[in-house]
Design a protein around this ligand. Structure first.
Ligand SMILES: NC(=O)c1ccc[n+]([C@@H]2O[C@H](COP(=O)([O-])OP(=O)(O)OC[C@H]3O[C@@H](n4cnc5c(N)ncnc54)[C@H](O)[C@@H]3O)[C@@H](O)[C@H]2O)c1
Length: 251
């Protein structure tokens, strides 16, 4: 069902969490996957071995342009782009400094713009029905007390998705957005530790979710895989909330 052999994919934020799961599932479906992340050493990008890894700072235009150049030189096209790189520092209105606001926007929103803008020329060379999937958040759709800049950045991801979906439809490039609920990842665990939560925070979190457990990265990656595949060939501009039913609750 998900035969992506002969397809080239780039997954940003793929050293960890949701991005890593997306990259693994795309690779398992046969795609050649470029794992791109700020955590990878620059030297590793020149390796001929698969899976490929590339150093990428999505907030740095020249870094993104280097990746796009490499993709063009090496493959001459791109079929799948998954924008999963993101950061989620907490901050209320009072706590959010201008520096924090700018940093979150630079990674979560402007970084996605950079990746889409520089890689669309290679996506437009794809013979496979190219796809972009942007990782948003349920925080794009509702209010939170201490995630102000983050939530606004993810609202921007929704708007970016819809506008690009409309603009790129004539080029047959599909653009969709997946909004994860609460997912047990390395990044989320670090945030919970830093804010003094007990080690079993994820068990407590899961107990509040209608389907009974906190999500894991593969729960998100399977939808990303579907949206990237020919099975979703007429789906574009859509937002997919994957949250174990959490958004159904009134209390
Ligand atoms: N974990 C959750 O509960 C949750 C919920 C909703 C949305 N999300 C979103 O999912 C995405 C992945 O989150 P995660 O929980 O897997 O986090 P994570 O911290 O485990 O993984 C994020 C990855 O992004 C990379 N990254 C950070 N800044 C980067 C940059 N400037 N350039 C390139 N790579 C960079 C990190 O190195 C890391 O490997 C994020 O966009 C996040 O906002 C997560």
């Amino acid at each position: 069902m998900f035969n992506l052999s002969d397809q080239i994919a780039v997954v940003t934020g793929s050293a960890s969490g949701i991005g890593a799961a997306c990259a693994r599932q795309l690779a398992a479906a046969g795609a050649t996957v470029v794992f791109a992340d700020i955590r990878f050493e620059p030297e590793s990008g020149s390796s001929a071995a698969l899976p490929l890894t590339a150093h990428l700072d999505v907030s740095d235009r020249s870094s993104v342009e280097r990746l796009a150049h490499t993709i063009g030189e090496r493959f001459g096209r791109l079929d799948i782009l998954v924008n999963a790189a993101g950061i989620f520092p907490r901050g209320t209105l009072a706590e959010t400094t201008e520096v924090l606001w700018d940093h979150i926007m630079a990674v979560n929103l402007k970084g996605m713009f950079h990746c889409c803008q520089t890689l669309v020329p290679w996506l437009s060379q794809s013979p496979h029905g190219p796809s972009i999937v942007n990782i948003g958040s349920v925080n794009a759709q509702g209010g939170a007390q201490d995630l102000l800049a983050y939530s606004v950045s993810k609202g921007g991801v929704s708007t970016l998705t819809k506008n690009l979906a409309r603009a790129l439809a004539p080029a047959r490039i599909r653009v969709n957005c997946v909004h994860p609920g609460w997912v047990l990842t390395e990044g989320e665990t670090a945030v919970q530790r830093a804010t003094g939560q007990p080690e079993d925070w994820h068990v407590r979190a899961g107990a509040k979710i209608p389907l009974g457990r906190i999500l894991v990265p593969d729960d998100i990656a399977s939808t990303v895989l579907f949206l990237s595949s020919p099975l979703a060939s007429q789906i574009t501009g859509q937002e997919w909330t994957i949250d174990g039913g959490a958004s159904l609750s009134c209390n």
